[in-house]
Design a protein around this ligand. Sequence first.
Ligand code: ZN
Length: 309
Amino acid sequence: MPVAETLPPRIQIVEVGPRDGLQNERGVVSTATKIALIERAVSAGIRRLEVTSFVNPKRVPQMADAEAVLEGIARHPETQYVGLVLNARGLERAIAARCTEIGMAVVASDTFNRKNQGVSTEESVADWLTMAAAAKAAGLRVQVTVSAAFGCPFEGEVDPGRVVELACRVAEAGPVEVALADTIGVAVPSQVRSLVGRVAAALPGMTLRCHFHNTRNTGFANAYAALEAGATVLDASIGGIGGCPFAPAATGNIATEDLVYMLNRMGVETGIDLDQLIETSRWLESELGRPVPGALSKAGVFPKPPVAV
Ligand code: ZN
């Protein structure tokens, strides 16, 4: 296969299935299943996972067992266990539960920010700057996402200038990276190329991560465009499960196994074992009792490994 010369030789994938993937499941997913999903992902070579969120359990009941999940996992020394936090109380819980990294989100549209976290975008930016300092003082890595960066379910189009401005302001806290999220899966590749390029130009030297949902089947094209424009970290969920409880009609993330297949074939290293991912995706399907959106667990890899004679 020809190597794609416009892409980085190696990228990092953050597995977000245990949080973004499972938070929207209707049925209760047991703590044991969440722990098994995390451990399977680590065994497949994933070294960074969004394991849970420390939010109000009344608002997101699927994440009510955050502490139990972190307590139950066998820790891998080189792996980052990320907890999503939205306020000081969440940060306290994440530190107590021994997260090694926290992620925070500020939403590019004020209406969505208020629905998601109960305060204005401005207040969330201020909260982030305070929390990032506290988390760093406690020895944690910190990272931040500008959510709904490509479109808002309530306000419609989002001004790219506003996203660049927010990215620069949240970067002042000195995070390990800044992320742009297509929270509701409306982005298209030309838009991704343009916005990632603008943020990269505004924040030279900053690692950029992107988070795509495949709601309108543009997720993988967007991932490709993001890598060409300078992103070196991508979020994905095994099986392509997921959604946002506060965004109407939001569906799953791009599937980790489909993404790794695409990257492998283009010569982009991820350090992840594809066979183990596919097996985990099939296992997850049986745990959830329904088919997952990811394609590779149905279609299989290509080329098939030679049969021994
Ligand atoms: Zn998401």
